[in-house]
Design a protein around this ligand. Structure first.
Ligand SMILES: [Zn+2]
Length: 252
């Protein structure tokens, strides 16, 4: 029986299994789209349904394409295993995710990337612009956190969380980005918007001449509409599911 089978040959609840399948698909989609350049070090984490504050995350050492519903690790807020696994966790790498999950119970999924485009924007003092279609959707939705080093140490957490506030996007200056969402598809769709904004802004920056600026009122209207659509039941799921279908068709 292959590992992706929806057939119940596993020990988890139906809800947890559905999340495992969806999260593994998300890892594969991020790989498919070329957003997994850090190989084994980045994470996508999702809270396990139920009363426990447990999270699913990739086993340390596997590439995103090697993640499966069954080999996803279940960890606590400190990144320690709460179920045995043949794989090791990476608590240091999980620190960013644990900080966000711990402070933002609405953020059931956290995705961290450093693609070229996102890292280039994170390097610029101005950060993201809000004049292109995707950037406008992110107006007033981004927090910025100053770089303090590679690992997120405990003493850095309060400052990082203050930078995030109630936003869904945290630019880690000189580093990359973390996005959060109420579920995997919502976080994925926000990441999509962030990635596309970064790509377009990098490209536009290479073309001489001024950008056509939007007013703050138009930017805010655009961001509010985008947030309402992403929050709508089933909307982000359609985008996520379509991405997964496209990915699987390309692999067939
Ligand atoms: Zn990173």
């Amino acid at each position: 029986m292959n590992d992706m089978s929806p057939t119940k040959l596993h020990r988890w609840s139906d809800a947890e299994w559905a999340l495992r399948v969806q999260l593994a698909d998300c890892y594969h989609a991020v790989e498919y789209l070329g957003w997994s350049e850090m190989m084994i070090f980045n994470h996508i984490s999702a809270r396990v349904p139920g009363p426990d504050t447990h999270y699913l995350v990739n086993p340390f050492g596997l590439t995103y394409s090697e993640v499966t519903p069954k080999n996803l690790l279940k960890v606590d807020l400190d990144g320690n295993l709460v179920e045995p696994s043949e794989y090791d966790p990476n608590p240091a790498g999980f620190a960013l995710h644990s900080a966000i999950h711990g402070a933002r119970p609405d953020a059931h999924c956290v995705i961290h990337t450093h693609t070229n485009a996102v890292s280039a924007i994170a390097l610029k003092q101005a950060g993201f612009g809000h004049d292109d279609f995707y950037g406008a959707q992110l107006f007033n939705r981004i927090g910025y956190h100053a770089f303090e080093g590679i690992t997120l140490f405990a003493e850095e957490k309060p400052r990082m969380l203050a930078s995030l506030g109630d936003k869904d996007v945290l630019v880690l200056r000189n580093h990359g980005v973390a996005v959060c969402g109420a579920d995997v598809p919502k976080a994925f769709m926000t990441l999509w918007t962030v990635q596309r904004a970064a790509e377009i802004q990098c490209q536009a920056g290479m073309i001489p001449g001024a950008n056509t600026a939007l007013s703050d009122a138009v930017r805010q209207h655009c961001a509010d509409t985008a947030a309402r659509l992403v929050g709508k039941s089933g909307f982000a799921d359609k985008v996520f599911d379509a991405t997964v279908r496209k990915m699987k068709a390309a692999a067939a």
